[in-house]
Design a protein around this ligand. Structure first.
Ligand SMILES: [Zn+2]
Length: 371
């Protein structure tokens, strides 16, 4: 398959579930046209205000949950819910694999600003084992983490009987993917989550180290129990025009939000995104290995879609930064995965997609570089 790049942003058609139209424009770009030209945001805000009203707590209990990393997106949502709209959110974090100092500082800033928080840290013997196993088998050490980050806020919603959850953006419509129907950009479809984000059933992860009971943090509650408890989850991006740059500007104006101390996050152009997990450098690098695009192309495409950069400028920056080798925090990562550097590099190469990569003069090259 020849890799094509969207003519408006930089996204390649190797991104899972992305669709290109006849003019080679991706569906994320088409969605952004909607966002800037067609959607009546005043009306959406009114819809939001009507939606939250019946959930509003009048006895001091929490009235909504925000799955919260402490990053700019989830923090700006939580901040608006509490201080702009008078809700009483409970923030729920599934621990990063290797928490960074900046991530800890930013979470602390928010808690000090006036939020209640539950921080869930899974059994590390099991979590590390699964990370290592999935890195070797699937080239993604965050598969169990992804399951946990989806599962824990729902488990908390059921346990604490908090029926309203606010997620940030609907990735499938915002960034290109399969949008099941009109409501899926507004309400979280729990079946879609199970299909797309977890990919497989954690119950199948039992092995010689992991027992069934070890898997509780990863097993999504039964869909029937969720609907019986009346738990519904909405995407903030449906009600308010989504922009990661604007979220950053917003939260920076509210708290002392710390950015990457090096001035730029590895593999991309920003210094304010995904700061909380040392594991993310490898995660995005493996996307590059498997699909041929890294974090810079992802972030730049979003920036172009929000009319905050031209494609020409974005192209120049993507050539410079996309697919940088994850040498920042590399020792922590090797230690975490219990791998030596040679073994680690061999596993990376094993996951190179031959449709995307070729070897020339002993060097890996993209078959279809960005154009
Ligand atoms: Zn595009």
């Amino acid at each position: 398959m020849k890799i094509l790049y969207c003519k408006k942003c930089l996204m390649p058609n190797s991104r899972p579930r992305i669709e290109f139209d006849d003019n080679q424009i991706c569906n994320a770009c088409r969605h952004s046209d909607d966002k800037y030209l067609n959607i009546d945001w005043k009306k959406r805000k009114e819809e939001f205000l009507q939606l939250i009203e019946p959930f509003r707590s009048n006895n001091g209990s929490w009235d909504c949950i925000v799955p919260w990393s402490g990053g700019k997106d989830s923090s700006s949502i939580a901040h608006k819910l509490k201080f702009k709209f008078g809700m009483n959110p409970l923030l729920v974090t599934f621990s990063p694999q290797l928490p960074t100092e900046i991530g800890n500082l930013n979470r602390e800033e928010m808690i000090q600003a006036g939020f209640d928080h539950i921080f869930f840290r899974p059994n590390q013997k099991i979590h590390r084992h699964l990370s290592r196993r999935f890195f070797i088998e699937r080239g993604n050490q965050k598969i169990a983490w992804d399951a946990g980050v989806n599962t824990i806020p729902i488990q908390v919603a059921l346990k604490f009987q908090i029926p309203l959850i606010f997620y940030a953006e609907h990735g499938e419509s915002e960034y290109g993917g399969r949008v099941l129907d009109e409501t899926s950009g507004k309400m979280r479809n729990f079946t879609e989550v199970l299909e797309h984000q977890i990919g497989d059933d954690p119950r199948n992860w039992v092995d010689d180290v992991v027992t069934f009971t070890d898997l509780s943090p990863y097993i999504y509650p039964d869909i029937n129990d969720i609907s019986k408890a009346g738990v519904t989850a909405f995407y903030f991006s449906y009600f308010f025009k989504w922009s990661m740059l604007e979220n950053y500007e917003y939260i920076k104006s509210k708290i002392n939000f710390h950015t990457h101390p090096g001035g730029r996050t590895l593999g991309t152009i920003t210094n304010f995104d995904s700061l909380d997990d040392k594991s993310d450098n490898l995660y995005y690098y493996m996307q590059f290995i498997k699909f041929g695009f890294g974090r810079a192309i992802r972030d730049i495409s979003r920036t172009i879609q929000n009319n905050q950069m031209t494609r020409e400028k974005g192209f120049e920056l993507a050539i410079k930064y996309d697919g940088e080798y994850p040498d920042e925090y590399l020792d922590d990562m090797l230690d975490y995965l219990s791998l030596g550097i040679d073994e680690f590099n061999d596993i990376i190469d094993k996951h190179r997609n031959p449709e995307i990569w070729k070897k020339e003069n002993d060097e890996w090259m993209l078959r279809y570089p960005l154009e």
